[in-house]
Design a protein around this ligand. Structure first.
Ligand code: FBP
Length: 556
């Protein structure tokens, strides 16, 4: 018997809010044709059928269309993000509203479920159990890359067997890139299967003009800010520790920036700024030590520093090193086989001999633990698994050495003791905030309408997100419009362009205008836990990043 908490019981009754255009019959309005963000000729050539399609916007319609029943498949891909279950429940409810005979099948354990023909039908009973809950456990997730024609054909077999007309892929930039490739392939093959993407990732880096945020970012950052606020209160009570907190976000620093806006810590590193200023590891450490020493002059030997997990890849000398390691250790390469065949004690020395002299210098200067972490297996998309690299400890150790030197020189009057934390997995499966519960339900609902309209190669899009939910604008955006060509694992490929923190955008500019004050004074803010019930001003607020991006005032 499944036992659920009182909160879960109440939360199950929550009815997610929908944009007005989705509350009844829908009218479809086609906007202007699109172009890819860059490399238009290459993308057009690679996606002859799905390139240049128009943006789709839904408006309130006059009467319900009579649409014959159809079946749909759904896949959860990549890291968990709060709201995945609501995408599926929105999709399910929308399918049933279109035609009660429509059926939804979930492929199990991520994209691999499609290839290996592992699936289950998602009935009303199953869906009801998962409404407004966190996690991806309804069907599970996985990181199998869908990019080989053999996989597409195997997938097509089960799609045909189950009479599935469309597949919804809920994933981040890599998974949606693959969704687009799959959409194009099925059109070319006249397979009769549409593919629709949904923007998921707590990292917040799948966004653009038409995709204002990826789902899960809002809830995950709210969980982290509660924890950071609690730690700040502890730091300010005990007054004896510097807390170095690494925050998830494989590449972009959106999570770190949002957490800084909400909690006002003493130090926040922004990877994109580090890259822009071409800061070396030594410079970053000097800056941090400078702030710590200044606070010590005021008698404050405590504080909080936020460190984005992707930082290491943005430090120019580390980036070069990591790129070289990626090529050397690329899955299936000859050199990676040699590396794996070596005794562990010889591996670091062998790596240093097989990369450029400059990178070997950097590699050898790292503590051996960190150097080993850099050589760990890549994820299936060829990315270094930055969540496994203890950047917070690397910086903590280096700052300690720097402060000891400053003390010798009479430039540091304080004591430096650290506590280390890594917040990532704590937030990925939290029950979605009202914002994410509504947003994801709307994304799923939208996906079904796009399918009913015969669309393929589109990403479900819900915009105007700082307005009340009934004013949100739903529709679809061609995935090809988000693409450019990039070098990945030794090949130039079409991929969705990742949205990094923009240094000319309002969230970062606001942060820069405040960080001096936050670094020296103890300006900590304690956001507390996510509120699911209560006044809308507390329960329904979007992230500060979204507010600032949309020219709204910060709420803190
Ligand atoms: P997605 O981009 O797939 O949503 O995953 C994001 C993320 O949570 C990153 O922040 C983190 O680096 C990574 O997943 C961790 O991966 P894993 O779950 O495989 O440990």
């Amino acid at each position: 018997m499944t036992v659920i908490s009182a909160l879960q019981r109440e939360r199950a009754k929550y009815q997610p809010k929908l944009p007005k255009s989705l509350q009844g019959p829908v009218k479809v309005v086609e906007g202007k044709v699109t172009e890819s963000v860059a490399d238009q000729d290459d993308i057009k050539e690679l996606f002859p059928n799905t390139y240049g399609m128009p943006v789709i916007t839904f408006e309130e319609g006059a009467e319900k269309a009579d649409i014959p029943s159809f079946n749909v498949g759904v896949i959860l891909s990549g890291g968990q993000a709060p709201g995945g279950h609501n995408v599926i429940s929105g999709l399910f409810d929308s399918l049933k509203a279109i035609n009660p005979d429509n059926k939804l099948f979930g492929f199990l354990g991520g994209p691999g479920g499609l290839v290996d023909h592992k699936y289950k039908e998602l009935t009303a009973e199953i869906i009801d159990e998962y409404r407004n809950t966190g996690g991806f456990d309804i069907i599970g997730s996985g990181r199998t890359k869908l990019e080989e024609e053999e996989q597409f054909d195997k997938g097509l077999k089960i799609l045909k067997d189950l009479g599935i007309k469309a597949l919804v892929i809920i994933g981040g930039d890599d998974s949606n890139t693959n969704a687009c490739v799959l959409a194009e392939y099925y059109v070319t093959k006249k397979a009769g299967v549409q593919v629709i993407g949904c923007p998921k990732t707590i990292d917040g880096d799948l966004k653009n003009e038409m995709i204002e945020t990826s789902f899960g970012f809002d809830t995950a950052t709210k969980v982290y800010t509660e924890l950071i606020g609690n730690i700040q209160r502890d730091a300010n009570s005990a007054k004896k520790y510097w807390h170095f907190i690494k925050l998830m976000g494989r590449s972009a620093s959106h999570i770190g920036l949002e957490c800084a806006l909400q909690t006002q810590p003493n130090i926040t590193l922004i990877s994109e700024e580090v890259a822009d200023k071409k800061q070396t590891l030594g410079e970053i450490v000097d800056n941090m030590a400078g702030i710590i020493a200044k606070r010590a002059e005021n008698g404050d030997n405590f504080g909080v520093a936020l460190i984005p997990e992707g930082l290491i890849e943005f430090i120019p000398e580390m980036k070069t090193l990591i790129n070289e390691l990626n090529e050397l250790l690329a899955d299936g390469s000859k050199t990676s086989e040699i590396f794996k065949g070596l005794k562990r004690s010889f591996r670091l020395e062998w790596v240093a001999k097989n990369i450029s002299e400059e990178s070997a210098e950097v590699f050898k200067s790292l503590p051996s633990g960190i150097a080993s972490q850099l050589t760990l297996d890549r994820d299936p998309h060829g990315n270094v698994q930055v969540s496994l690299i203890e950047t917070e400890k690397l910086l903590g150790k280096m700052v300690k050495i720097r402060l000891a030197k400053m003390k010798e020189d009479g430039q540091y009057p304080g004591e430096f003791d650290t506590q280390y934390h890594f917040f990532g997995y704590e937030g990925r499966c939290a029950a979605p905030s009202n914002f994410d519960a509504d947003y994801t339900y709307s994304l799923g609902y939208t996906a079904a309408v796009l399918i009913a309209q015969g669309k393929t190669g589109y990403m479900s899009s819900v915009r105007n997100l700082t307005a009340p939910a009934h004013e949100w604008i739903a529709g679809g955006v061609p995935i090809t419009s988000m693409m450019n060509m990039e070098r990945r694992q030794g090949h130039v490929k079409p991929v969705i362009r990742k949205a990094l923190v923009r240094l000319d955008d309002a969230p970062y500019k606001y942060f820069v205008s405040k960080r001096g004050e936050w670094s020296l004074d103890t300006c900590f803010v304690y956001p507390g836990p996510i509120q699911y019930f209560g006044p809308s001003s507390v329960c329904d607020q979007p992230s500060e990043t979204l507010r600032l991006e949309q020219n709204k005032n910060i709420s803190v």
